[in-house]
Design a protein around this ligand. Structure first.
Ligand code: NAI
Length: 346
């Protein structure tokens, strides 16, 4: 497999954005960060339109001086570039019904996640460009790193090249939001979706399960809830380990630990053959993610995710997860700590 191409500021020509009307559909986590970066980069405020339903996000955009349009059909009609930055599960409904029909034939649609494009849930016109500019960071970091003059990791791709010059526009936009400063990695909607969903549906579930089971075994062995919560995550040691892994190497960071710890971790990891995990990961990747099963299942319940209470399937999953021994113990520990805190401050 060849190395991925990495694009830098010098590969991008921001003049390609001259006189283009940019519309942000959504001013949430990513929308607020990217729109502000784009404006600070030098795209005039009057060339940026925030399309948002009437809610707190729209008020936030207005308070930051942006022009806000609540009528999506009107916003769609003026867009030369559309950043699609509302939650993935609502994009097909909102984009296909309220945006796509009135959009210009030559518009560029920018996605920040490969999901809906890989699963072919969005209806584009053949002459349109569809590009992915997908930051690998939450919006607040996309914004704060830009403000500090630093870049952030980002994936870039052209998914539909209606104009024949989609890559130029993708790179110009990447540069304008600050994504080519540290290097934007050439990727694809398929690659981004496979990696994202495998982490979400297999890697992190296993990590959650491993913590849950380790907690129960140590509790059975007589360890207290307080000691376990602090030992396992409330001390923030796992966060520190991952931070070190990003800086010093996934294995290299182990050198910051004691010799006993290093010996235990390395000998333990090397003695696990990982065959069961690898089989499980392949099964999830092929039979749940890439074959579209998860996507089809999620589409069926998408509208329910906006419901209140336990009718919302996500709330029901939270309810069940919060019943586990680990969650219940953590709740008790946090309540005790809150009591302690309030008794020392009053
Ligand atoms: P978000 O959840 O912060 O989006 C909120 C925005 O969507 C608000 O403007 C809200 O008014 C609008 N919205 C919500 N429901 C709506 C509906 N039913 N109809 C119309 N508008 C609605 O979204 P976020 O997290 O910024 O995600 C946007 C895109 O960025 C997604 O494709 C996501 O995968 C991608 N992304 C998100 C990252 C993150 O850290 N959150 C990181 C990288 C990419």
């Amino acid at each position: 497999m060849p190395s991925a191409k990495i694009y830098y500021d010098s590969d991008a020509d921001p003049s390609l954005l001259d006189n283009k009307q940019v519309v942000f559909l959504g001013f949430g986590n990513q929308g607020a960060a990217q729109a502000q970066n784009l404006r600070d980069f030098g795209i005039p405020n009057e060339r940026i339109l925030i399309a948002n339903r009437q809610d707190a996000y729209a008020e936030d955009a207005k308070s930051k001086g942006f022009i806000v349009e609540h009528d999506f059909v009107k916003a769609a009609a003026v867009a030369d570039v559309l950043f699609l930055l509302i939650p993935d599960q609502v994009q097909p409904r909102v984009f296909n019904e309220q945006f796509s029909p009135s959009m210009k034939e030559g518009a560029t649609i920018v996605i920040a996640s490969g999901y809906n494009v890989f699963f072919k849930l969005l209806q584009f016109k053949p002459q349109q460009d569809v590009v992915m500019v997908a930051p690998r960071m939450i919006g607040s970091s996309v914004r704060s790193l830009f403000q500090k003059g630093k870049g952030f990791p980002c994936f870039v791709s052209v998914e539909q090249d209606g104009s024949g010059s989609g890559l130029g526009t993708a790179l110009a936009l990447s540069r304008a939001i600050g994504a080519t400063k540290a290097g934007a990695i050439a990727s694809s909607a398929r690659e981004e979706t496979a990696m994202d969903l495998l982490a979400e549906q297999a890697l992190w579930p296993n990590i959650i399960m491993l913590f849950r089971e380790a907690f129960s075994v140590l509790k059975e062995a007589g360890c207290s809830d307080e000691a376990l919560c602090y030992e396992m995550w409330m001390s923030k040691e796992p966060a520190e380990i991952f931070e070190r892994a990003a800086e010093d190497g996934f294995i290299g960071q182990l050198k910051h630990h004691s010799t006993v710890s290093q010996f235990g971790q390395l000998s333990g990891a090397l003695s696990l053959d990982g065959i069961a995990a690898r089989t499980h990961f392949k099964d999830i990747l092929n039979n749940q993610i890439l074959n579209g099963k998860f996507c089809r299942d999620l589409s069926k319940i998408e509208a329910d995710l906006e419901l209140d209470g336990l009718q919302n399937p996500l709330n029901e999953l939270y309810r069940r997860a919060e019943q586990t021994e680990l969650s219940q113990a953590e709740k008790r520990v946090r309540e005790r700590l809150a009591d302690l805190l309030s008794s020392t401050t009053t």
